[in-house]
Design a protein around this ligand. Structure first.
Ligand SMILES: Cc1cc2nc3c(=O)[nH]c(=O)nc-3n(C[C@H](O)[C@H](O)[C@H](O)COP(=O)(O)O)c2cc1C
Length: 481
């Protein structure tokens, strides 16, 4: 007797199963013959099994994620829905996902670590200050090794902690120390969910790239009605799996594509002490470098002097002046894509005296040269030089920081400099430089899009999508040419 025949007989036989599922008995006979249950009937069989208390899973092949080796960390927080995380563990155990589980202290008031350990067949982590685990810096390992961290249920408390950088237990320390993708599945009383503090924390986390599975609306365990209900574990896992798949696809989206990115300001020294530069922080360019590296591109980042940490990309070149930046860009060509996000100082200032006395700029200029003036010498325009050269990459993207007539100015730059795409932003009143948010317009020859204000990380994400479209179009044109 094969697996499926055994299962059908445990469920009451061909006739009974056919009746329960409202299908013809010949269909069930067919399943038995093929030793296979069609995927659209799998759920119905599982439900029937749980209704009749028959353990179906050992008869059905597990639904594996196609060749996807994946590590997930589930963080269970303390709320009414904590017990539903047990169902999430059960569902994950049917996939190929390697699962670790962390519980907060409050979660342990609702369900026990022992229950989690036995379901996951693996130690459940509960303590930041564990002598035994911390011998191997467990909190860092738990933070770094998963591809995805799912916080389910996520309490108002854990949202507030991460939004404000608190790390006073294992769960919050892991979240703060991680580079992994993070999904929050919040569940709480509707008043807690709508509280301005929670709304603000939600916004902050969203802007930092955390994904949310929005809570459902309806009757709550606390007797109130509104938004805050924990979604069904099945739909949480479905969301997480499609997110994993999307990321797996994105990971190789720019495979074998070389991308050169300039970022930050440049500086032009007047003497060993003074210089002329601008307020660019490099944040937007660094986010773009990170995003494209995450998507599999071979990124070379050429950065002017900045005060922020460098992203984790293949090759980083540090420069000071516009000329050094141009020289290094030229040396790195050919590449498939060039993104010029650096704010290159347009001029260098040459100090002069009215009496035409020679000034020694290798040493500090003394104040006794009291009648100084500066001659502005134009720096090379890197974007224009490269995009009009015979080593022009397939795609050239520029940035245009403006204070007036933003879009018109950016559009004329696009046309006159032969650029494929310009990101224009209004930098008046200190709105952009050094900030974590950006409000930009995207300008192409025949397309204009005004993007809402969003984090620089999010701008990088959407820009990467756009560049991918441009590359696909370029390749199509190449094939059709
Ligand atoms: C019976 C009970 C139910 C609770 N349910 C929730 C809930 O559903 N969502 C929530 O955010 N907090 C809920 N709380 C409050 C959290 O348990 C509390 O904020 C705790 O500090 C959360 O800790 P954690 O985020 O470390 O798990 C509940 C508290 C109690 C006593």
């Amino acid at each position: 007797m094969n697996n499926i025949s055994q299962l059908i007989s445990l469920l009451g036989g061909t006739g009974a199963v056919a009746e329960k599922l409202k299908i013809r008995p010949s269909a069930i006979s067919n399943w038995k013959k093929l030793n296979k249950i069609p995927s659209n009937k799998r759920e119905a069989i599982l439900e029937l099994g749980s209704y009749l208390n028959v353990n179906i899973e050992k008869f059905l092949p597990s639904k594996k994620l196609n060749n996807l080796k994946f590590k997930m960390l589930l963080i269970i927080c303390g709320g009414i829905a904590s017990y539903k995380s047990l169902e999430i563990i059960r569902l994950i155990k049917k996939t190929d996902i390697e699962l670790d589980v962390v519980m907060t202290k409050s979660a342990q008031k609702f369900i026990t670590p022992l229950l989690v350990t036995s379901l996951n067949e693996k130690k459940c982590y509960i303590d930041l200050f564990s002598n035994e685990d911390e011998a191997k810096m467990n909190h860092i390992n738990l933070a770094r090794s998963p591809d995805l961290i799912l916080v389910a249920p996520a309490t108002a408390n854990i949202m507030a902690k991460l939004a404000n950088g608190l790390a006073d237990d294992l769960a919050s320390t892991i979240l703060l120390a991680s580079f992994s993708k993070v999904i929050f599945a919040p569940s709480m009383n509707p008043v807690m969910w709508n509280n301005l503090a929670t709304r603000e924390n939600y916004r902050k986390l969203l802007d930092r790239g955390i994904k949310f599975i929005e809570p459902d609306t309806g009757d709550m365990a606390c007797g109130e009605n509104g938004t805050g209900r924990f979604p069904e574990p099945k739909s949480i896992l479905k969301f997480a799996l499609s997110y994993i798949k999307e990321n797996q696809i994105l990971k190789s989206q720019f495979k074998n594509i070389s991308i050169l990115i300039t970022a930050g300001p440049t500086i032009e020294e007047i003497d060993p002490i003074r210089f002329v530069s601008n307020k660019s922080s490099g944040k937007q360019g660094f986010e773009i470098a990170s995003e494209l590296t995450r998507r599999g591109a071979q990124v070379t980042l050429i950065s002017g002097p900045v005060n922020i940490p460098f992203p984790d990309c293949k090759n980083i070149i540090k420069v000071k002046t516009a000329k050094e930046m141009l020289d290094n860009v030229t040396q790195q060509l050919p590449t498939d894509i060039l993104i010029c996000s650096a704010a290159v100082a347009d001029w260098k200032l040459i100090p002069k005296t009215f009496s035409n006395n020679k000034i020694d700029t290798n040493n500090k200029i003394k104040k006794n040269n009291n009648k100084l003036f500066f001659e502005a010498e134009k720096n090379p325009d890197i974007l224009e030089t490269i995009s009009k050269s015979n080593v022009r990459p397939k795609i050239v993207v520029g940035f245009s920081a403006e204070t007036t007539n933003i879009n018109q100015n950016a559009h004329s730059k696009l046309m006159s400099k032969n650029i494929d795409l310009i990101i224009a932003n209004d930098v008046s009143n200190n709105k952009v430089f050094g900030k974590d948010f950006n409000k930009v317009s995207l300008i192409e020859k025949n397309n204009y899009e005004e993007w809402k204000k969003q984090s620089k990380k999010s701008v990088a994400y959407h820009l990467a999508n756009k560049i991918n479209d441009l590359l696909i179009n370029y390749n199509k044109r190449g094939v059709n040419a």
